[in-house]
Every structure is written in structure tokens, then in C-alpha cells.
Design a binder for this molecule. Sequence first.
Ligand code: CP
Ligand code: NVA
Length: 304
Amino acid sequence: MRNLIDINMLNDGIARKLLQTAKFYKSSGRGLLEGAPLLGRTLAMIFEKPSTRTRISFEVAMTELGGSAIYLDAKSMQMGRGETIADTAKVLGRYLDGIMIRASKHETLLEMAKHSKIPVINGLTDNSHPCQILADIMTFEEKLGDIENKTIAWVGDGNNMANSWIHASKIFNFKLRLACPSVRLPDENIINWAKDNGADIEIMNDPIEACKDSNAILTDTWVSMGDENTVNPEKIFNNFQVNDKLFAVAADDAIFMHCLPAHRGQEVTSEIIDGPRSVVWDEAENRLHIQKAILSWAIADKLI
Ligand code: CP
Ligand code: NVA
């Protein structure tokens, strides 16, 4: 089954091929893609949490590939009042060609994938956000070339994005330094997976140390959707704002990345996110091109 649960589960160089396919789709321009590879195909997009980029980029991607997408707010489905994930998955497979789900709990995604006979795509969970990371790597490489052996610095919460960057560091062979408060470290199982698999990751407390000579500085919101554990974020993340001081120690051409939505004055200053180092709008755009690649692979087994 061609599911996208996490990047580290993609084999046979699929992650790299998804990037190549996305590049081709980007160069093909907007509008209906010639040959309409997903003509007559339908994607369900189930959301247990809010979304702007993920929802719109998946829906537009389906349209431009010749198919269509149905937006489903989980609360308005029977799932929202107790129908099991297993039963939901079995029923959806009778109508649809793929399911993209943004789930509060990662287990919901895994349960959906376990019972689904059609591909299931992770549109973000509390544990990971693989579609975003693929768009981010595509963006990094557009700006600074092959990410292999480059140094990437993560500053802030050890959240779903940080976890997926750890997965990516192994798959795409780059050095990843994560500066996180000791009470907000990335998932221990993912750290152990990275170490067992020889990923080049370092976890530390000091953002300056993490950013020294780095090619990109990354951050994300201090409080993720559904995160009820982080009280007093200003206190916990006091030292973890991406600002000029961090860029002063990074490589001269280092870029700033953020999956958005952002909170200016918290995890990043306006000067940085709205300044010349920032590539956040390209990251957001590349979600569309990457979704097309993911969908044409998962639903039609097509990669360029
Ligand atoms: N970056 C991202 O996934 O954005 P949305 O929450 O708007 O989908
Ligand atoms: N870490 C953030 C990412 C949003 C796209 C969250 O989960 O809310």
C-alpha cells in the first residue's frame, strides 16, 4: 500500500523521487495538468484540527491533476460521535481513491491506515508532519542546492515538525542540530530511531551553538494545535526566538524556514520572517507541488 505515514517509512528512494516529481509539476505551471493523471479520482480530506495550507494545497492539487477532493470536518462525521476508525476506513474505501487525514493523535492515523484498502496520507498529527518536510526540503534545495551534508538548525519546540526533520535527516543525509528547552524535547522513540540508524543529529539547549555555521535556521510555533502541556510558553521558550543574533553566527547565505502559521515576536522576529533570509512563502507554495507528487504516487503509482 502506498501510504505516506512518515518519511522514514518510504523506501526505494521514493522520498527523492517525490521531490523530482514535484519539481516537474512546478515547472508544468498552474491549471489542469496535461493528461490529467487523477481524472475521475476522489480524495477525502479529514480534519480533526484547523488548516489553511494543507487543506487548500491538497484540494487544488487534486483539481489540477484532474480529480476532486472532499473536505470533511471530523466533528461533522459519524467518526466525531463514536463510529470507529476501522469502520470509517472500510466505508471510505468503497467510495474513494485516497484519504488524507489531519489527526489529533498519531494513533488515529495508524488505525486508519491499518484498516484502509486505499492509500492514507498523513496531513499532520501530534507526532509528525511529513508532507510539510518534503515541501521544506524542496524549498531548501531550490535556494541552496543539494541538502546532503548541509547543516540545519532547529530552534524551539521539539514538536511534530522537529520529529519529521529528524526522520528527514537520515533519509536525505544532512546534519541536524536541534536546540530545544529540556522540557520540550523531540519524541524519544524518534531520537532513538535516529541514533540506531546513524542519523547525524545533535540535541542541545543553546540556540547559538545549534545555529553556528548552519545553512538554515528553522522554527515553529511554541504551542502546537492541541498541545495542552505547554503552560507559560514565554518562560519556557524565552531564549529560543529566531532573531538577528542567531543569524549572525549562521552561514552568510543561511535561510529562514517556518511551516506557518507564525507568531511574530514569539518564535521569530518580524525582521527575520519578513526579511531577505526568509523563504516561508516559497515553502507554502511548494506544499502544492509536493501534494501533487504525493497524490500521483499514492493514487496512480506515477512518479517522474
Ligand atoms: N503548515 C501547515 O500545515 O499549515 P496549515 O496548518 O495551515 O495546514
Ligand atoms: N507544530 C504545528 C504545526 C502547524 C502546521 C502544530 O502542530 O500546530
